[in-house]
Design a protein around this ligand. Structure first.
Ligand SMILES: [Zn+2]
Length: 93
């Protein structure tokens, strides 16, 4: 008997101050990545879907993002903090 399924992972990438499209407040938004992985015998093997979203901490509204939008927001968030991480761009596609 083969047991397979999916497992969801939620990663918090950044916290950003954005004007919410729902409530209009310049509130903190969490930038999240949700990865769904294919599992075989409860062992995650490979991701089958990756989705990005922001959630307003003021009203809880969620907004879906493309990968490009999420990366742009994350870069902005990282740029606003003094961690000194070098930014690298990979444009191989
Ligand atoms: Zn809101």
């Amino acid at each position: 008997m083969i047991i397979f399924g999916t497992k969801g992972y939620l990663y918090q990438l950044a916290i950003l101050t954005l004007v919410c499209g729902q409530c209009g407040n310049p509130a903190a938004h969490t930038l999240r990545k949700r990865v769904t992985k294919f599992t075989l015998f409860f062992v995650p093997l490979f991701p089958i879907s990756t989705k990005y979203q922001t959630q307003c901490t003021f009203c809880g509204a969620e907004q879906k993002l493309t990968k490009e939008q999420a990366e742009q927001l994350q870069a902005q968030g990282a740029g606003g903090q003094a961690h000194g991480q070098p930014q690298q761009q990979h444009d191989r596609f």
